[in-house]
Write a protein that binds this ligand. Structure first.
Ligand SMILES: Cc1cc2nc3c(=O)[nH]c(=O)nc-3n(C[C@H](O)[C@H](O)[C@H](O)COP(=O)(O)OP(=O)(O)OC[C@H]3O[C@@H](n4cnc5c(N)ncnc54)[C@H](O)[C@@H]3O)c2cc1C
Ligand code: FES
Length: 251
């Protein structure tokens, strides 16, 4: 049985219009959390189903998560104020698997950059962060504090590397040997990273996003197609993922 906690919101910041950075207090969940796992959050208002949000970072007693307001749930969540209690189930899912001593690439796009901060700190990584435009670049300082090798990219060239993060990563891979790639981002980015990793024979883990219901493997709302045959072909992203080996999933 997954645990739920009533957690106090202890810090709230709006990183850029519509993107919020929350820190909640919950020592038990913070100490259990692994990079790449997520929280299933009761947002409030008339929303009934919880919404999945990735764990961005932890301390011994707190968890940080960042989210973009998309619809009613995240809008309601964004209205919570410091001191409010938030009902959170977690930590959920299967996170990133790291191997000590490996040289890795961490690549993320948009809101897919949030679950990568803790990973960037815990690995020896070159980090590539992609955003559509300068106004949407968030958490650059956090990533630079976590890793000595961070490239921020904007699709329209208004800040940092001029172009897609996958292009910057591609250039890096031409000159550097990498043991593993970790990626979280929109589907086109996941597909491109999967293709590059498989072409170069680099092990790669992808964090997938699906609409979720229960968050614990029971309702099958969140299934994704995998290369397994038979009963195992469709797997629940919430309980078998959200992180999968790139060779396992069909995108
Ligand atoms: C494992 C996981 C981790 C996530 N981590 C984060 C995070 O760290 N930060 C963050 O901002 N968001 C994250 N998301 C996405 C977040 O869960 C959705 O944006 C949120 O549930 C939308 O709820 P809502 O009620 O605001 O919008 P809704 O009214 O439910 O939907 C608004 C719009 O968003 C689309 N949408 C809703 N859920 C998803 C989804 N899962 N994938 C793609 N499109 C969706 C809908 O189709 C609709 O167009 C994550 C999702 C998953 C599955
Ligand atoms: S959300 Fe219910 S099985 Fe994944």
């Amino acid at each position: 049985m997954k645990k739920t906690y009533n957690c106090k919101l202890i810090r709230k910041e709006e990183l850029c219009p519509g993107i919020f950075d929350f820190e909640i207090e919950c020592p038990e969940m913070a100490q259990a959390a692994k990079t790449g796992q997520f929280l299933h959050i009761t947002c409030g208002g008339s929303t009934f189903l919880r919404r999945p949000i990735s764990i961005c970072d932890t301390t011994d007693t707190t968890l940080r998560f960042c989210f973009q307001v998309k619809g009613e749930g995240t809008k309601e969540l964004s209205l919570r104020e410091v001191g409010d209690m938030i009902d959170v189930m977690g930590p959920l899912g299967h996170g990133f698997e790291t191997v000590p001593g490996e040289k890795t690439v961490v690549i993320g796009g948009g809101i897919g950059t949030f679950p990568l901060l803790k990973l960037a700190r815990e690995t020896d990584s070159a980090v590539f962060l992609g955003f559509r435009t300068k106004e949407l670049v968030v958490m650059e300082d956090d990533f630079k504090a976590a890793s000595g090798n961070v490239t921020v990219c904007t699709d329209d060239g208004t800040y940092g590397y001029n172009g897609f993060a996958i292009a910057a990563m591609g250039e890096y891979l031409l000159e550097n040997k990498v043991d593993r790639i970790f990626c979280c981002g929109p589907t086109p980015m996941l597909k491109a990273v999967k293709q590059i990793a498989e072409y170069r024979d680099i092990p790669c883990q992808l964090s997938l996003e699906q609409r979720m219901g229960c968050g614990i493997g029971a309702c099958l709302t969140c299934v994704c197609e995998t290369k397994d045959e038979g009963m195992g072909k469709y797997k629940q992203v919430c309980s078998c993922g959200p992180v999968f080996d790139s060779k396992e999933v069909v995108l």
